[in-house]
Design a protein around this ligand. Structure first.
Ligand code: AMP
Ligand code: MG
Length: 279
């Protein structure tokens, strides 16, 4: 299969445009969360469908080959669209080969171990595309903002996480990280929808408003995290996520391009199978 990747009108890919280059600065305050890079909403449904077809084909081959494991990390502030993004890409995958893990407040058992213990246990195996809804990154985000461990400990975690992810990629795991960026006013609109719509109300709690008050503290924590942990072996992609259609399009294209790099192949027929006549 031709390894063409997805291209914008000007030949650039969203993967190249949205990847955070290792060592670069991240300024979320001036980031345009409504950017669409010339893509159009009217065409997005077809483009997302095409992306889903590519993802389905790639996962079929990845699963059959059982050689590569892929981890997709989804982070973002409350109401950034983590659940919606995962729902959108999961439609393309074979459910047997796509474990999704959502990381909540750690249990006493989890807290009795190092912070990578619970995430390590949920890593995908060969042939699988594992999805993390929140992740070990909470241990430098919410943990920092709420002072759950002292600064001298969470600061060390950037290096620890980079080392751990490097070891995992050297062992054959491909890591694709997405940070969904919405702005403060978009969060307000989404929270209000959650309050007003009885079908969404279950997602909302008054604690979300307390977190919202810490918007700027989270922004700084996100910026530092993205700057410190976008590495050449496990880069972050910064996704403008105010518009759901663009967010879904960007994530499906970037993920399909990353899977295409692995060039998964159906395994060859076992000895003697090819010319077999089944009677
Ligand atoms: P939700 O994603 O809305 O279901 O909420 C999950 C909650 O768990 C969020 O408030 C996270 O900040 C919290 N959480 C996830 N991981 C951790 C962690 N390592 N330490 C503390 N809180 C966490
Ligand atoms: Mg929540």
């Amino acid at each position: 299969m031709a390894r063409t990747g997805s291209k914008n009108g000007d030949g650039s890919s969203l993967r190249a445009l949205l990847r955070i280059a290792p060592g670069s600065k991240v300024d979320l305050g001036s980031f345009d969360c409504g950017a669409t890079f010339g893509r159009e909403k009217a065409k997005a449904a077809d483009e997302i469908a095409a992306g889903q077809t590519r993802l389905a084909d790639l996962h079929d081959r990845l699963w059959a080959e059982a050689k590569h494991a892929v981890l997709v990390v989804v982070q973002g502030i409350d109401a950034a669209g983590k659940d919606g993004t995962i729902h959108s890409i999961m439609g393309a995958f074979n459910p047997q080969g796509t474990p999704v893990s959502s990381f909540k407040v750690p249990s006493p058992l989890e807290l009795a171990h190092d912070y990578l213990w619970r995430v390590h246990a949920r890593l995908p195996g060969k042939g699988e595309i594992g999805v993390f809804n929140r992740s070990h990154y909470e241990d430098v985000l919410v943990v920092r903002v709420h002072g759950l461990v002292p600064p001298e400990r969470w600061r060390l975690r950037y290096r620890q996480i980079n080392d751990w992810e490097r070891m995992l990629t050297e062992e054959g795991l491909t890591i694709v990280k997405f940070f969904l960026a919405i702005d403060r006013d978009e969060q307000r609109v989404r929270f209000q929808e959650r309050v007003d719509d009885p079908k969404k109300r279950w997602k909302f709690s008054l604690a979300d408003l307390e977190e919202r008050k810490r918007w700027d503290e989270y922004r700084v924590a996100f910026e530092d995290c993205l700057e410190e942990t976008s590495t050449k072996w496990a880069p972050w992609h910064l996704i403008p996520a105010n518009r759901n259609w663009f967010r879904n399009l960007a994530v499906s294209e970037i993920l399909a391009d990353a899977l295409e790099d692995l060039d998964p192949q159906y395994p060859p027929a076992a000895e003697g199978v090819e010319d077999t006549i089944v009677e």
